[in-house]
Ligand binder design. Structure first.
Ligand code: SF4
Length: 350
């Protein structure tokens, strides 16, 4: 075997001497793990890792937080994952609404939210359903269960997103996408193959140190060949066909809809809403919610961060006005957010 073939993935990365290469970590968990594991230290200066839109809390628009607050102020108990509670809406966060008397209950799964509703029959309970293909099936299961069991006091406020059209919208922001392994464990790899055929390169990555370094090394090596490529570097979990049963469940309960992404605007058919058969548990319909448009804080550059146009440290508020204790934008709140990763791990100093 040649010496070249014997190179470890880490050596391939650190010895890269090709042209500048922008690799976008689509997934917020990848951003955090690459920082936490010290993988950035292996990269030569011309390999630029940029954070993408794969943090569900970060891409959820201000208007959705305002909708949840509207429900809380109309006597509906909000059940949600913890991160969303601190994300600023137009004038306050859900934490602020709770301080003013709104009922906001942190849960760890959609099933927890349904259980809470069953145990509190005197309350109307809405679950904030955000997230990508990875977590949508769990929300769909619960929607189905609530409908079948006739749970009258439970509903979903949805802001679920799907990745395909987001990749297309961001195709000029990076040279190579580091695709989120957990999303494609559900959806399979056909989309990534199609994107490669359209000239968009990407590597599907897992989450351990070995998997991430390998995926980055593959990205670096394949880029030097000069042709668009796709490589599944997470084959122990992602199969070409994905999980058809999960995809079928999503299709049964939800349908595609144009969706607003924080910073990216409305991306056609990039969201999911409950189908008409589930209207009874659709919080917007059930409570006659008016159209609510949020107004983002103009000083926050989350939108540019999510498109890779600005590093968190390039935001004038970063680390001064905006910290994890006093977040101004969603990217500093979320455990998967790029701003919180830069703050926690030292950002550009690494
Ligand atoms: S540092 Fe804070 S204000 Fe700046 S972009 Fe990030 S979340 Fe927004």
């Amino acid at each position: 075997m040649s010496a070249r073939l014997n190179q470890s993935a880490a050596q391939i990365l650190s010895s890269y001497d090709g042209p500048p290469l922008r690799i976008m970590e689509v997934c917020g968990t990848h951003t955090h793990e690459i920082f936490r594991l010290g993988i950035r230290k292996l990269l030569p200066p011309q390999v630029d890792l940029i954070s993408g839109p794969g943090c569900p809390v970060c891409v959820t628009p201000v208007g959705f937080i305002d909708e949840a607050i509207w429900l809380a102020e109309h006597g509906v108990t909000i059940t949600t994952f913890g991160d969303l509670v601190r994300v600023p809406g137009t004038s306050k966060s859900l934490a602020g609404a709770r301080a003013e008397g709104g009922k906001v209950q942190v849960v760890y799964s959609p099933l927890d939210a349904l259980t809470y509703a069953k145990e509190h029959q005197d309350e109307q309970v809405a679950f904030l359903s955000v997230g990508f293909e990875t977590t949508v099936p769990a929300a769909c299961l619960v929607a189905d269960q609530a409908l079948q069991e006739g749970v009258e006091n439970f509903s979903l406020l949805t802001a679920n997103k799907t990745m395909p059209n987001a990749y297309a919208a961001l195709r000029d922001s990076a040279d190579v996408f580091l695709y989120p392994g957990h999303v494609h464990a559900i959806t399979g790899t056909a989309l990534c193959e199609d994107l490669a055929a359209q000239g968009v390169s990407g590597v599907l990555a897992g989450f351990t140190a070995k998997e991430l370094v390998t995926a980055l090394a593959v990205a670096v090596k394949k880029s030097q060949e000069g042709e668009p490529f796709f490589v599944n570097a997470y084959p122990r979990v992602v199969r070409a066909e994905g999980m058809p049963a999960a995809v079928e469940l999503i299709g049964k309960v939800m349908e595609p809809v144009d969706a607003e992404w924080r910073g990216l605007g409305v991306i056609p058919q990039s969201g999911l809403q409950l189908r008409e058969a589930y209207a009874r548990i659709d919080a917007r319909k059930k409570f006659g919610m008016p159209r609510i448009e949020g107004k983002p804080n103009p000083a926050c550059r989350c939108g540019e961060v999510l498109q890779g146009h600005c590093k968190p440290s390039g935001c004038p508020l970063f680390g001064k006005v905006c910290t994890p204790q006093h977040p101004v934008g969603a990217c500093m709140v979320s455990g998967e957010g790029a701003c919180s990763a830069y703050y926690q791990y030292g950002g550009d100093l690494l």
